[in-house]
Design a binder for this molecule. Sequence first.
Ligand code: ADP
Length: 480
Amino acid sequence: QPVGQDSEKLHVVHVTAEMAPLAKVGGLADVVTGLARACLNMGHKVEVMLPFYECLPRDQITELTTAEEFSSFHTGDWSVVKLYRGKVSGIPVLLIEPSNHFFKGSRIYGGSYNELEAYLFFSRACLEWMQVTGTQPDILHVHEWQTSGLPLLYWDMYHHLSLKKPRIVLTIHNMEHYGECRVEQLSMCGLDGPAYGTIEKAIDDRTIGHNPERLSLLKGGIVYSNAVTFSGILNGIDTILWDPSRDPYLPARYDALQVEGKQICKQYVQRGLGMEVSDPQLGLNSHSKPIVVCITRLVAQKGIHLIRFAIDRLNQLGGQFILLGTAPDWRIQGEFENLVHQHKRGNSVRLLLTYSEELAHMLYAAADFVLVPSMFEPCGLTQMIGMRYGAIPVVRKTGGLADTVYDMDDPSNTHKANGFLFEGIDEGSLNGALERAFKYYLENPNGWTSLISRVMSLDNSWERSARDYVSLYKSVQVRW
Ligand code: ADP
């Protein structure tokens, strides 16, 4: 038996709205890919089911074939669904393509169809496919509100048909969204909607209030799953997709033993974005201008007011700041667009209001610091990705950020220290951390390389967390 392999093999199927890098909006996508790969490496059979969104880049799917055609139920009708098989970054995927209007359009979220109804349709289609093909995985791992309808469909419908073996694990990455659902929407996928209008089933009176017409898919998912994890099991990062020594997007590769390439990445980004370049040949000390990078969805959770503050403050402190982010709310997007204009002539601030995987990779590599000023953060990946690319995190002490970052100025952390923390949600608190971070950077040009080498060597990979998930899978699994 190869080292690291698990003797008892499980068959795990993730049912998810996102998967990196094919269908990625945020951390959910990274989590699914990282966890799936780590479990595959342990010898388990793992597949990922996701909607075949019209906008998916097909060139990222290898070995793509149409496997089955079947019908699934929606509002009184059976409509044709195609299932495609393929691989994404080496991981087997099963893509569900409805023949109706669901999942059409140029974006993963925010299309012109009703998202809640589309994900209920998707959840049922996944079970329907298992039913018609006789596929009985040990574990169905569902994620977020989008696939929280699946446990209801499984236990109240398909388990009474022929699916007996699967058990269900639900992971909640972000409680902010819970899938508010009207009773008749639940009925559309064939369930008896009104039956779920109780506090024991799908009413969440903490968020939606006690109205039997308004249900929470996430609450239903929690009630109907065999196990529920919040990002309480710390996520890892996918060390294949995030690897500065092999990253195809970088102009130079580097690792913890040879970090010189990072300086080339920094200059490349500075030049490319028309910023002042830290190049000794141009007379500028290469260690005089730290770049702070922030890669985030621009929503209140992520500390927008502190990001706004950082833009001006970093400029005053003599550093450079690059934001890569998009705002789902057009007002916030508009506000940041105004800031783009204010800063476009200067050479120390760049606000890139777009989503780009390629830019994200280049920016992590160019960064001296990665800023994560979240109001709350179930786990957070950008601080871990930043560290893997040798960027020191400056983060608010909350949730998973507090679990992964230890302050450089805290004497009890001598061995673990890897970043700068602040506690308050006010500008002064962030400012304190930024000033300490800059002071450290400027006063320790020699120690800096060894600090980033150390931070790059930290193990934030999925192996440890995947073992926790597998133990959980086994604790709910039914043995046949
Ligand atoms: P969340 O899931 O709440 O958005 P995480 O920190 O868990 O936050 O994960 C964010 C992921 O999304 C990271 O992989 C980050 O690099 C990526 N990301 C966020 N915004 C962008 C963007 N504008 N362009 C490219 N990648 C982004």
